[in-house]
Design a protein around this ligand. Structure first.
Ligand code: AMP
Length: 537
């Protein structure tokens, strides 16, 4: 029987002052804090100087690929929306930061940022996210003629920034008109960095932006505000796919490029086909980043993985894997099969050995001999009541079907989340939806019949187990709770207050924390239930 070794005690010992060679040969330079917003708790991941260099290499590899598809990128800048989060220290004095903070605070980024980003480095490093976002949008608008791409780490941040723009464009225009920065921007770094860009009153630019933003519909707003932008660079796969239609709507036809797939633990791959359909993006694994193995799993869940001796939480690893005695073994890159689903297992240069990241991937092709995977879902992000287990992928598809019903009626589903409400018997799945009309000033008035149809469409789209349990009344009617504008911002603020970084925040498609459910419940406007009772006949 193979042994399971839990990493946490080793991490704790190093954090408390023991030498890092109890876990890895190279000295730990700092700890990376993972976001923990996709279901689990934030974790401390060891980082070494060499590993950090490898991680930055991923970012430099993406650029030449994108440049092959879009001309003239070197002549302009990226309108970036990047943020850092305050770090902390372990009792032994090792720094703890998120990966993106670590990168944006690095000397190499600080050196290259002025040439490539419209955001002055001081605005990116400002710890007050509201001031940071305001100044990054302002400097992006002031340099709109130079902007050739728009970039955030995840699509959710871009969606939030557009909402922020909706709330602040009047004030931004007034700053541009007068040449004076708003008084509430008190961060000295931001003030100093904005002043060489906001040098004079510019009423013509203010008029242009005001005219664009004052439009009834914000369809294509990104293209109108930044007319030379050739692409939007943000991860929009996995749980971020919920933002694709919204970013398409705001982008007005600008291609969405999902550049790479990585985590605090390791870099995995990059997208070699930037123009591929956002729903079909596959990442080519970079074999020099870590040693990758792949644990076969069933499409609809963890069953095969559960049989393997790698079972358990992803912070565990095993010193050996069970061999062929009926249990599933992980395979290396040379032995993966097209169409098969895998959970990625990684051995890194920074002390992680056969570590289960928790992501489920599907093999869709090869580039030379390197496997190309589509991201499917987080293994632990599922809704479950009774015998039903609904995967993130199935939930995204079911909600996508309901979205198609709403869109012709002028609604945009901005974002969603869900939870399994089990305080009553039988329990039910509850979806939280933030909806708005395409025309900005139109008041959100919901037709109960249409909303109930949406509930039914979601239920219809779920699998046989769900439908049988519904029919047997072991699961109650699915409920949609429509929340008011800004409720999901409050959810992000809640997770950020608990330690998540804005850059790496992923709106959880399924919520387990009662406190987070409370945040969403506090914004509920109306509730709708599926009227459907027969599913299988
Ligand atoms: P963190 O370590 O906090 O940065 O979170 C890493 C996790 O984010 C990964 O394990 C994935 O679940 C998710 N993630 C990162 N990149 C992508 C991507 N390109 N597509 C889908 N999910 C991603």
């Amino acid at each position: 029987m193979a042994k399971l070794i839990n990493i946490k005690p080793y991490i704790d010992r190093i954090a408390n002052g023991e030498t890092s060679n109890i876990l890895l040969a190279d000295p730990i330079s700092e700890f990376i804090q993972s976001s923990g917003t996709s279901g689990g708790q934030p974790k401390l991941i060891p980082m070494t100087a060499e590993n950090f260099e490898k991680k930055t290499l991923e970012l430099t590899l993406v650029d030449p690929v994108v440049k092959k598809y879009f001309d003239g990128l070197e002549k302009g800048k990226t309108m970036s929306l990047f943020f850092v989060k305050k770090g902390s220290e372990t009792p032994s004095g090792l720094t703890v930061r998120t990966l993106t903070s670590c990168y944006f605070m690095s000397d190499s980024f600080k050196k290259s940022a002025p040439k490539i980003c419209t955001s002055p480095i001081e605005t990116i490093l400002c710890l007050d996210h509201k001031q940071s976002m305001y100044c990054q949008l302002l400097t992006g608008l002031l340099q709109r003629d130079h902007v050739v791409s728009i970039s955030s780490i995840f699509g959710s941040v871009l969606a939030r920034s557009i909402k922020f723009l909706e709330d602040h464009w009047n004030e931004l225009c007034s700053n541009i008109r007068t040449g004076c920065l708003s008084d509430w921007i008190t961060d000295p770094g931001c003030r100093n960095a904005v002043s060489p860009i906001l040098t004079r009153p510019n009423p013509e630019l203010a008029d242009t932006i005001e005219q664009i933003c004052g439009n009834e519909s914000w369809e294509g707003i990104i293209k109108k505000l930044w007319p030379k932008a050739k692409y939007i660079n943000s991860v929009i796969t996995g749980t971020m796919s919920q933002y694709i239609s919204l970013l398409d709507f705001y982008g007005g036809g600008i291609p969405l490029v999902s550049p790479s797939y990585g985590s605090s633990e390791s870099t995995f791959g990059i997208n070699l086909n930037p123009l591929s359909n956002p729903y079909d993006v596959a990442y080519t694994f970079l074999p020099n980043m870590a040693y990758f193995e792949f644990l076969p799993v069933d499409k609809d869940g963890e069953e095969k993985a559960r049989e393997s001796n790698l079972d358990g939480v992803s912070s565990q690893w095993s010193s050996e894997m069970k061999n062929a005695n009926g249990n599933v073994e992980p395979v290396d890159s040379a032995n993966v099969k097209l169409g098969q689903y895998y959970e990625v297992v990684v051995t890194t240069f920074a002390g992680l050995y056969r570590y289960r990241v928790g992501d489920v991937l599907k093999l869709t092709g090869f580039h030379n001999n390197s496997p190309q995977f589509q991201f499917v879902e987080r293994r632990n992000t599922i809704l479950s009541i009774d015998m039903d287990k609904t995967s993130e992928e199935d939930l995204l598809k079911a909600i996508g079907n309901a979205k198609r019903h709403l869109e012709p009626l002028g609604f945009v589903l901005m974002t969603f989340s869900s939870y399994a409400e089990t305080s009553s018997i039988p329990g039910r799945y509850v979806l939280f939806w933030e909806l708005k009309f395409k025309e900005r000033n139109r008041c959100l008035k919901l037709d109960a019949k249409i909303m109930e149809q949406c509930c039914s469409i979601v239920e219809e789209s779920l699998d046989f187990t769900y439908k049988s349990l519904r029919e047997a009344n072991k699961i109650a009617a699915l409920e949609v709770r429509v929340v008011k504008h800004g409720t999901f911002d409050a959810l992000m603020d809640f997770y950020v207050s608990k330690g998540a970084s804005i850059n790496q925040y992923k709106t959880p498609s399924c919520i387990k924390s009662e406190e987070a459910v409370k945040v969403l419940n506090s914004g509920v406007l109306e509730k709708f239930f599926s009227p459907k009772t027969f599913f299988l006949s």
